[in-house]
Ligand binder design. Sequence first.
Ligand code: IDP
Ligand code: MG
Length: 149
Amino acid sequence: MERTFIAIKPDGVQRGLVGEVIKRFESKGFTLVGLKMLEVSKELAEQHYGVHKERPFFKSLVEFITSSPVVAMVWEGEGVVTSARKIIGATNPLMAEPGTIRGDFGINIGRNLIHGSDAIETAQNEVSLWFTEEELVSWKPTISPWMVE
Ligand code: IDP
Ligand code: MG
């Protein structure tokens, strides 16, 4: 089953939006299979954002993500990678549609509240970067026949 990595960034945690974010993925019908709060090390931050290491904002991005706790999650469901990106909205919150998390709660690209994997392969890499196998729970909600044919 498809899985994606989602992280509520320090701004989302500090602003008390953890419940709101979880609620949106739960209400949509995806299944939470991993959840933890952590202070991100510089090493983990640099690995996670490695693709951006030549970008001018890389240093401040790493500083920001390590500045205060993050809530890391793995969500499961058919099509969850692409769907989660839609629920999250465009990278720049000013461009993000109302109804998306960034569109509803953000105004600044450096404070866009949440991370979501951008492709299935990225998701697999990010899930194994942030979580051990033992931290992930395989379970099927008993309600699932009412949401998936
Ligand atoms: P994404 O989070 O929507 O996948 P990416 O392009 O992968 O966006 O960028 C990773 C993160 O880096 C963004 O979520 C944002 O926090 C930050 N970022 C991206 N572009 C800029 C920028 O131009 N200025 C400052 N921060 C940026
Ligand atoms: Mg990205």
